[in-house]
Design a protein around this ligand. Sequence first.
Ligand code: MEV
Length: 327
Amino acid sequence: MVVIGVKVRAPTKVTLFGEHAVVYGFPALVAAVPIYVTVEAEPSEKLVLESGPIVLNSLEIEIRENRIELGGKASQEVKKYFSYIVSALEELGVNKVKLSVKSELPVGAGMGTSAAVTVATLQAVNKLFSLGLDKKDIHKIAWDVERKVQGKASPMDTAASTYGGLLKVWKEGNEWHLKNLELPSEFEFVVGVFKKMKTTGKIVAEVARKLEGPNGSLYWEIMKTIGKVVEEAEKVITKYDLEKLGELMNLNHALLEALGVVDSQTAYAVRKVIELGGYGAKISGAGHGGALIALVPQDKIQKILSVLEMVGAGKTFVIRGLAKGVE
Ligand code: MEV
């Protein structure tokens, strides 16, 4: 029998400005980056999910009234890992498929890997079974999945993975907007990935509690100020003004610290980058570990990459250029 399968890949992202505030509709700038999640799909009599060394077959997967349950032998960690895929399949009503997922970064690294896994899964199944979904549909379903698994979520990460490029994301009234921005081709930034200490869902929920708490009005001021920093960043980002952009990154980072989402390890790493002559640095994503991004003069890149490793980054790299959306 000839098995015809499909292979798709979706990019991960870095949030350049505006994480957390975007959950409440304030603007954010997000860049899809050429680090991918790949999903191969082929028809199967039963549901089989593979990811690197992890294989879940029908022994661990139960399907009850179209709900997929990862029972028995699957550990919590494995369940979490596959929860985005399972939820995506449930949204599409598909459970007879074999999916092989490969990610260049661990899920939960703070670079939108969960969104990329979701988007790639949806597009792979869409192509395999010719479901006729366009990118708008894929994005909508992927965002639904993120909200289901994570709780509160903005459409930012799923939009970056679906459409690619550099996007401004914001909400006006009840409507979310996406705007494509151009980034100069020579644009590059340094990334360090630190051990993630809390899930995005948990951190987003903690921030929500602060906004509702006795000092809520002060935390809302922080959110508004983040929104203003993003508006300024939009003005300078297309001009490749690294000094101004770096300063805005530092400001955004300080506001995230005030929100309480920065752990001491990444706080120290950001300080080190600035001390060593970086234009600016900030955490990127939900915080408490995860990604750090930095704008750095060419001649300081190597030094700053090795210092990031010294202060605990498990992975460091330089990103040049943007990625296209899922394909
Ligand atoms: C997570 O990558 C970014 C947050 O702003 C959450 C979201 O936008 O859904 C913290």
